[in-house]
Design a protein around this ligand. Structure first.
Ligand code: ARG
Length: 602
């Protein structure tokens, strides 16, 4: 099944070509002007979609926008296929063309969706079964021996949702956890532990990640203050990298301990990841430098090997370098990312053979990725037709508008943050149950608190435009009103309640009858679901899906508050119940793609 906008777009393209045959065939520049894409109507009274290209075309063709719009509309009116989908188009303002989808067409689509578990979202078409195009999402990626912080939480939540969308679309998705498991931190840690707690180098039984993090802090402090410690630490890194048994054993232990802690967070959030840390690319680093040298990109600058970026200058007006090998011969973060990007785009069996690679980190790393992408592209490591994107996000701020910290000024531990969300959801729930005079079992209360608490944290993060900083507020994210997880979950719970009383309609073959504007609004909104999913896939902005679901809940609530469902006459009742069902299916699938669990009752 094809969605409405995807059915209409080719017909508009055709109309444009027929209306302006010379221009359409002629120059390349006109291609961008003949944009057949549809914008949603800016107001419901304008119909469903809007064609906006008459204005840009008018300038290029030196005709009035009105005349251009008339020419397009004339063509559309001659197309029987178009008139099966839309009423005759209307021209508004200087030259906007408004389209309204015909009611019978909406109904056909509505019936189709009731039967369609994909709710109109098409499967991607590239590749044979078992050989679907590969999308890599590099997300979460905390650092070993360090605490996972809220930035990593954001990456984890946003990355998971993006991965879910690609999976649902039928891509093969590799969810890569590019953990920081290689580098100087291990040298410091090993040197320090050899002195203060040598047993920690041999067994993980004695310490947990909290201790490890504390040791890391101590060692970092010593590293910054004490040059002889620095020298020893560097030697320790070299030992580790050349396979020294003691160092390797300790490294393995640190990784295991950290992994174990990280996994607890992933399990709680129901998020799966494949760990492939920086150390994986160790063997490839030398070759990266060699090949950059061979292709003439490498420059020696004060003993460091680097590639100077094109079109990117520093404050002094000089081109900025990406350093790939330090003066002491060591490789760095960028070298590893160059090896990684190359590996990911190299076809199997020597690499992953990805068609799209997506990196989800805070916007502080934007320059790093810009540099890495440019160097990789100039080195010829990004095949044509593939895509590589950095998905940046802003900082998490506390309610005071400053970087999120605990009262005592420490970084907030994720475990504590999730615990608090659940605890608050728990106490809100108990208050509400008391007010409603309800008695519920403990297991029920625990489950609701957990689902609402974790869902609220995820949703608060996803519903913001990720690029902006976002203010973390338990009160706001847990509110039953507004663009929050509890509001959406509650809409769904409401529908489940209606369904329990309304009986099973899945086998009913009766036609539906709709006559009220509240019903049509809801239908129209429901039928946009597939477009929204495709948009998120394109732009990697999960907040679009959140806004859509929020609006859906609002439209549903208006419908349900203003029209009787269970008490309506039989024919309306069944129609409305089915409208409720499609709303529930859409909310459920939408929330699932955001990684948010749903409830039948709350
Ligand atoms: N470990 C890094 C950090 O904590 C994030 C890694 C992101 N992925 C990458 N391929 N560089 O900031």
């Amino acid at each position: 099944m094809r969605s409405l906008s995807r059915a209409i777009q080719p017909l508009i393209r055709e109309a444009l070509q027929r209306a302006f045959p010379e221009a359409a065939g002629n120059t390349r520049d006109f291609k961008s002007l003949f944009d057949p894409s549809l914008a949603p109507a800016s107001k419901p009274e304008f119909g469903d979609f809007q064609i906006n290209c008459a204005l840009t075309l008018a300038k290029a063709l030196k005709r009035s926008p009105k005349a251009i719009a008339v020419a397009i509309v004339d063509q559309l009116n001659m197309n029987a296929e178009f008139l099966k989908i839309c009423d005759q188009p209307e021209i508004a303002g200087p030259g906007f063309i408004n389209l309204t989808v015909r009611a019978d067409c909406l109904m056909d689509e509505f019936y189709a969706r009731l039967e369609d578990p994909r709710l109109g979202v098409p499967l991607q078409k590239g590749g044979d079964i078992g050989h679907e195009p590969l999308v890599i999402v590099d997300f979460s990626s905390p650092n070993i021996a360090k605490e996972m912080h809220v930035g990593h939480l954001r990456s984890t939540i946003i990355g998971d949702s993006i991965a879910r969308i690609f999976e649902f679309r039928g891509y093969h998705v590799l969810r890569l956890n590019h953990v920081g498991d290689w580098g100087t931190q291990f040298g410091m840690l090993i040197t320090h532990l050899k002195e203060v707690a040598p047993q920690a180098l041999e067994t993980s039984a004695v310490f947990d990640l909290g201790d490890l993090v504390a040791f890391y802090r101590e060692s970092k402090k010593r590293f910054d203050d004490d040059t002889s410690f620095q020298v020893k630490s560097r030697q320790e890194v070299v030992k580790l990298q050349s396979g020294d048994q003691i160092a390797l054993k300790a490294w393995t232990l640190f990784c295991e301990q950290s992994r174990h802690e990280f996994q607890k967070i992933y399990d709680r959030l129901d998020i799966s990841l494949t760990e492939r840390g920086e150390s994986f690319y160790n063997h490839y680093l030398g070759k990266v430098v060699e090949d950059l040298d061979a292709s003439g990109l490498l420059v020696s600058d004060d003993g460091a090997k680097c590639v100077f970026l094109e079109d990117v200058v520093g404050k002094d007006g000089k081109p900025l370098p990406v350093i790939v090998q330090k003066t002491d011969g060591g490789f760095n973060y960028a070298t590893t990312d160059l090896a990684a990007i190359r590996y990911r785009f190299t076809s199997s069996p020597k690499g992953d053979g990805a068609s799209r690679v997506i990196y989800v980190t805070d916007s502080g790393q934007a320059n790093h990725f810009m540099g890495v992408f440019q160097v990789a592209s100039r080195a010829g490591w990004i095949p044509s037709g593939t895509r590589v994107e950095h998905v940046p996000f802003g900082l998490v701020l506390g309610e005071d508008g400053k970087k999120l910290k605990t009262r005592s000024g420490e970084t907030v531990r994720l475990r504590d943050l999730l615990d608090e969300a659940v605890a608050r959801a728990h106490s809100d729930l108990c208050t509400r149950l008391k007010e409603e005079g309800r008695e519920e079992e403990d297991a029920f209360i625990q489950n609701v608190a957990n689902t609402v608490g974790l869902g609220a944290v995820k949703y608060a993060d996803l519903s913001q435009n990720r690029v902006t900083n976002y203010q973390f507020s338990f009160d706001k994210m847990l509110a039953l009103q507004g663009n929050t997880a509890p509001y959406l979950l509650y809409a769904l719970v409401r529908i489940s309640g209606i369904a329990r009383k309304g009986g099973d309609l899945s086998k009913s073959m009766d036609q539906c009858t709709f006559s009220e504007p509240q019903e049509w609004n809801l239908i129209r909104h429901l039928l946009k679901f597939d477009d929204v999913i495709l948009e998120v896939e394109e732009e990697l902005l999960p907040n679009r899906l959140c806004s859509y679901l929020f609006e859906l809940s609002q439209i549903f609530n208006r419908f349900y508050d203003q029209l009787p469902v269970l008490k309506a006459d039989q024919s309306f009742r069944d129609s409305r119940l089915r409208l409720c069902r499609l709303t529930a299916d859409t909310l459920k699938l939408g929330l699932k793609l955001l990684g948010i669990a749903t409830l039948e009752r709350m």
